[in-house]
Design a protein around this ligand. Structure first.
Ligand SMILES: Nc1ncnc2c1ncn2[C@@H]1O[C@H](COP(=O)(O)OP(=O)(O)OP(=O)(O)O)[C@@H](O)[C@H]1O
Length: 576
């Protein structure tokens, strides 16, 4: 929570101005009943029009002052609350960008989205309300009680019994409300999660005709959110009328006692009117409390959720160990790896060398650890045992940012961003010239396709590349990696959607890049073109060698080749 409060520091001055203006409004509100008592007792009772006009004029003047203060206060309140929300959102976003994969996996994506949107909006609204009415309501209560004592201590003593009871009840409601609102926000996370999955997977839902099922799932999630919200609001809304009832009784007691005192000639009518007026102002402040308690409880829950993300300790890496990959020779020495927070060892004692400029194919069944092995090279995860060397330097000693900048990594799923073709490719190298981009797209065998697009390199790519085929997306992702001219290229099944001819051309073009290429593939036809094949099985490197060598030494590789050949024969027969 301390962290959230620190976001207010830059706005101390405008907040102080807003609060001072609010105090002017408050003072005017508290002086009003006093002036009213004067007009009644000195003007109306004594039939003195001059007094009525004089104090009436003063009342009008200070009302105008309060009106102007209110408008300027609103201006400052919206400026401060919006800027405060903007700052938190920016810092939260930057923080999440710096998270490691392990830290990122602690929060579901939908929860991070809710925290960056809805939770911050809650805090903004609360701050706005805080500067407008939140402080005004309790101060109005305190001020009204003090003024009542100044006017008539005997009648004002009624408030001493009632107000502490009301304050204790409000504290209880707020505590309970915070816990309930925490649950409401968690339900909102879930609704956002279902919504996100549905929007992203819309094609799959339609293809599998799962619309009704998904509507039911979404309805269940929103029903739960609605029920939790209603329970929470009910707690607050039912407590408020009880508090107002208690206050109304207090006003009745003042009227009853006041009447007796006026009849006995101990006090004047104006004093009773002023006290009733102060009582009514306390009642109106209390009705504001239902909103205040709601906002405060909700924002307490939201602040805790935002703080949880902001408080995560970042692992700062020493920036001085900048590395320069010169040749791209890769060696794994007895590498073992387990994902953080899990027990399963996904890579077991892996050792191999990829000479500089060589092409190494990595094969193995699904879940055998191929992608995990790739993620270790740019240090998306760190090894648990053993060492990985590039050009003879242990990557554990290298600054991960500078290491990543020199690796061309094409993940299994081709990810594109909304923007032009050119922007998507220069994502790999911000200052890439058009000539460099074209060189990369030619090598990735996608230049000719881009030339046929309506606006060539300036053609807009839809969200996630919806207007491109799977193979086109893969080749654009390869071009994005090549534009960096990396010394080490990692292709995670990135040519799976290409036909044999295009794939062959692409692999041949890669030879001109004189980079070490590690490529994961399921196809023997692709692996055959590599200088060496690594065969993984359940996280263990069970065989290593050229296609011909493995045919002789590895029964598993033999089986893979046989099954793919049979598949091809079946395919040829079927097409004939
Ligand atoms: N982020 C993760 N957290 C925990 N375990 C993971 C994670 N990613 C993968 N695994 C586990 O690691 C093992 C190896 O997965 P990996 O993705 O490396 O296999 P793969 O050989 O690339 O499979 P595929 O060919 O299906 O892509 C699997 O058992 C998988 O469940």
């Amino acid at each position: 929570m301390v962290k959230i409060r620190s976001f207010l520091h830059p706005y101390r001055m405008p907040m102080a101005i807003a609060l001072s203006l609010m105090l002017i409004e408050l003072a005017v509100e508290l002086i009003h009943p006093l002036l009213m008592a004067k007009i009644i007792d000195e003007g109306i009772v004594n039939k003195d029009l001059h007094v009525v006009l004089l104090w009436g004029g003063v009342m009008l003047g200070i009302s105008l002052l309060a009106f102007a203060s209110g408008i300027i206060n609103s201006f400052y309140a919206s400026h401060v609350s919006q800027s405060f929300g903007f700052d938190i959102r920016k810092q939260l976003f930057e923080k999440v960008q710096r998270f490691s994969f392990e830290q990122l996996s602690r929060f579901p994506t939908s929860s991070l989205i809710t925290r960056m949107t809805n939770d911050i909006t809650q805090l903004q609204n609360t701050l706005f309300m805080g500067l407008r009415i939140m402080l005004r309501a309790p101060l109005l209560v305190i001020g009204a009680v003090i003024m009542s004592f100044i006017v008539n201590p005997l009648l004002a003593s009624v408030f001493v019994f009632v107000i502490p009871m009301i304050i204790l009840t409000l504290i209880w409601i707020m505590r309970k409300g915070s816990a309930l609102f925490n649950k409401v926000q968690a339900k909102l996370d879930f609704v956002n999660g279902v919504l996100r999955e549905n929007l992203v997977g819309m094609r799959l839902i339609k293809a599998y005709v799962r619309r009704d099922h998904e509507i039911k799932r979404f309805t269940k999630a929103t029903d739960e959110l609605r029920d939790k919200t209603i329970t929470t609001l009910r707690l607050i809304e039912t407590s408020m009328p009880v508090l107002l009832f208690v206050m109304n009784i207090a006003i009745l007691v003042i009227l009853w006692f006041g009447h007796a005192q006026v009849v006995n000639g101990n006090i004047q009518v104006g004093e009773v009117v002023a006290l009733v007026n102060y009582g009514l102002r306390v009642t109106s402040a209390l009705s504001m409390f239902s909103f205040i308690v709601m906002f405060l409880s909700r924002s307490r829950a939201s602040a805790a959720r935002i703080s949880e993300v902001l408080h995560i300790e970042e692992k700062y890496e020493a920036a001085e160990n900048k590395c320069k990959i010169t040749d791209g020779k890769v060696s794994f020495e007895h590498v073992s790896f387990t994902y953080p927070g899990t027990k399963e060892v996904v890579l077991k004692d892996i050792s191999f060398t990829a000479p500089a400029g060589s092409t190494i194919a990595i094969m193995g069944g699904t879940g055998s650890g191929k992608s995990s092995l790739f993620q270790l090279l740019p240090r998306l995860y760190d090894v648990n045992d053993g060492d990985i060397f590039i050009d003879g330097i242990a990557i554990a000693e290298m600054d991960s940012k500078s290491l990543r900048r020199q690796i061309g990594y094409v993940p299994q799923e081709a990810i594109l961003f909304t923007g032009t073709v050119k922007e998507n490719i220069s994502w790999g190298k911000e200052d890439a010239s058009l000539a460099e981009i074209i060189e990369a797209t030619k090598a990735a065998q996608i230049h000719e396709t881009i030339e046929k697009l309506p606006h060539q390199y300036e053609t807009k790519i839809g969200q996630k590349g919806v207007n491109l085929s799977g193979g086109q997306k893969q080749r654009l992702s390869v071009a994005r990696a090549l534009v960096r001219k990396p010394k080490l290229l990692l292709l995670d099944d990135s040519t799976s959607a290409l036909d044999v001819k295009t794939e062959r051309k692409l692999l041949e073009a890669l030879r001109n890049y004189s980079c070490t290429t590690l490529l994961i593939t399921q196809k023997v036809s692709t692996a055959q073109q590599a200088d060496k094949i690594l065969l993984l099985d359940d996280g263990i490197l069970i065989a290593e060698g050229t296609h011909e060598q493995l045919l002789k030494t590895s029964p598993l590789y033999g089986k893979i080749c046989q099954s793919q050949m049979m598949e091809e024969v079946r395919h040829v027969k079927a097409t004939n």
